[in-house]
Ligand binder design. Structure first.
Ligand code: NAG
Ligand code: NAG
Ligand code: NAG
Ligand code: NAG
Ligand code: NAG
Length: 380
């Protein structure tokens, strides 16, 4: 008994020292994939008993350490990366310390899967920082059941804690909580904006959240409030609970550069940017619409492009095998701020029978506005 106690303390001390370490650069957090196992003396079955039992993490509440291939009822558990992950029960959290640079923006990406059918939400936050952001994980976007989500924050200190909290879903079974894995971070560069050749910021979507190399499912960008940090600098995702999918050219067809946005949730989500404009000026927005080469065939796919000064439905016939078309919207700026909006006017699924949601791809968006007297000359 005494020996056990001593060992217990020894392991505790080791785990605590680890928890203070933090991430260096872009990429997975230390033990972000939970492959370093907790000490067995801090476990009761699958339940993690000690706050610092999992190396580099602090846990609260009912947290389970899940192994791929283990059975839960008649279900075989799978994890998205490696062999291990954690499950957050009712009123529980996992927390990781981050060394960041005050004033900079960061995006955190992680995989999450629901385990039961009820509506589930996660609260994601930085401590100290703003109140938690609510991340809806009810809709499953990937056929594996695992989705990779992103979330962004502005660092107000050099050492902060990233917290994923699972509240009370009003279900009785604590084992119903979501499974979390593959937590990574990326520093967001602030793209220049307001240039005369493109008034939009990050119009090519090259700046965005971390996508795990080798992951072929992109990363989802959830809805946010207007003053929240965005994993897609310059852009806001406006929705009640739906997302857009951020895709890379390694795994998808992307019209320009190496990143683009796929509108996977139809009318329920809009991709929005707001820019300063001179009321009365003549504006032209140009953009590429295409498909991601993910078997999302539809004739036509319709994207609605809208501003206060005018809007347009753009049809794109998708074979599902990649391709794009350029189009444009001419309008007159009505106000000193102009909001440009893209959304998919239809719902689409991949033709492989997996029920994976998909949709049109938006990329390479530019906006140029010129004062009235010069409009004819400059916007031919
Ligand atoms: C471990 O869990 C079981 C079942 O939930 C419980 O009966 C037991 O008391 C727990 N043991 C410890 C040491 O907490
Ligand atoms: C998330 O945090 C907010 C407070 O910021 C709280 O009102 C809400 O209940 C929390 N949701 C969950 C699922 O814990
Ligand atoms: C992307 O946009 C730029 C500027 O609007 C344009 O010059 C270029 O041709 C576009 N590229 C593609 C592949 O459409
Ligand atoms: C797209 O397909 C529809 C039929 O499904 C056809 O009427 C239309 O002309 C096609 N558009 C283009 C640009 O090919
Ligand atoms: C923009 O317009 C709003 C009202 O529409 C006004 O309150 C605000 O002062 C204007 N801002 C600038 C910079 O002109």
């Amino acid at each position: 008994m005494v020996l056990n106690g001593a060992l217990f303390l020894l392991f505790c001390a080791a785990a605590r020292a680890g928890a203070a370490a933090a991430s260096g650069g872009d990429g997975p957090l230390l033990n972000g994939n939970f492959e370093h196992k907790p000490n067995r003396c801090h476990m009761n079955g699958t339940r993690v008993m000690g706050a610092h039992a999992i190396p580099y993490w602090t846990v609260t509440g009912f947290v389970e350490y899940i192994e791929s291939g283990a059975m839960q009822g008649d279900m075989v558990l799978a994890v998205p990366e490696g062999k291990h992950a954690v499950r957050l029960g009712i009123e529980s959290s996992v927390q990781h310390e981050l060394r960041v640079t005050r004033g900079k923006y960061y995006s955190v990406s992680f995989s999450a899967a629901r385990t039961c059918a009820q509506s589930e939400k996660l609260n994601v936050s930085i401590v100290p920082g703003d109140p938690p952001g609510e991340l809806p994980i009810q809709t499953v976007y990937t056929s594996s059941g695992w989705d990779s989500y992103s979330w962004a924050f502005k660092a107000t200190q050099d050492v902060v804690s990233f917290v994923i909290h699972h509240g009370d879903d009003q279900v009785d079974d604590p084992a119903c909580g979501p499974i979390i894995d593959a937590v990574a971070i990326r520093t967001l560069n602030d793209p220049p904006h307001g240039t005369s050749s493109n008034m939009l910021k990050n119009g090519d979507f090259e700046e965005g959240p971390y996508i795990t190399p080798g992951s072929s499912c992109g990363v989802l960008v959830p809805p946010m409030d207007e003053d929240d940090a965005s994993p897609l600098p310059g852009w806001m995702i406006m929705s009640d609970s739906k997302v857009v999918k951020y895709i890379d050219s390694e795994h998808f067809r992307v019209p320009h550069g190496s990143r683009a946005v796929e509108l996977v949730a139809g009318l329920e989500v809009a991709l929005v940017q707001e820019v300063d404009t001179v009321p009365g000026s003549t504006c032209r927005m140009e953009f590429s619409l295409g498909d991601a080469d993910d078997r999302c065939a539809a004739s036509p796919m319709i994207v609605q492009v809208a501003t206060a000064g005018g809007s347009k439905s753009v049809a794109y016939n998708s074979t599902g095998m990649g391709g794009f078309a350029r189009d444009k919207l001419d309008f007159t700026a009505q106000h000193n701020r102009t909001r440009v909006v893209f959304y998919s006017a239809g719902y689409h699924m991949t033709s492989d029978g997996t029920g994976t949601l998909c949709g049109p791809v938006v990329d390479n968006v530019s906006l140029v506005c010129v004062p009235q007297p010069h409009a004819r000359r400059l916007l031919r």
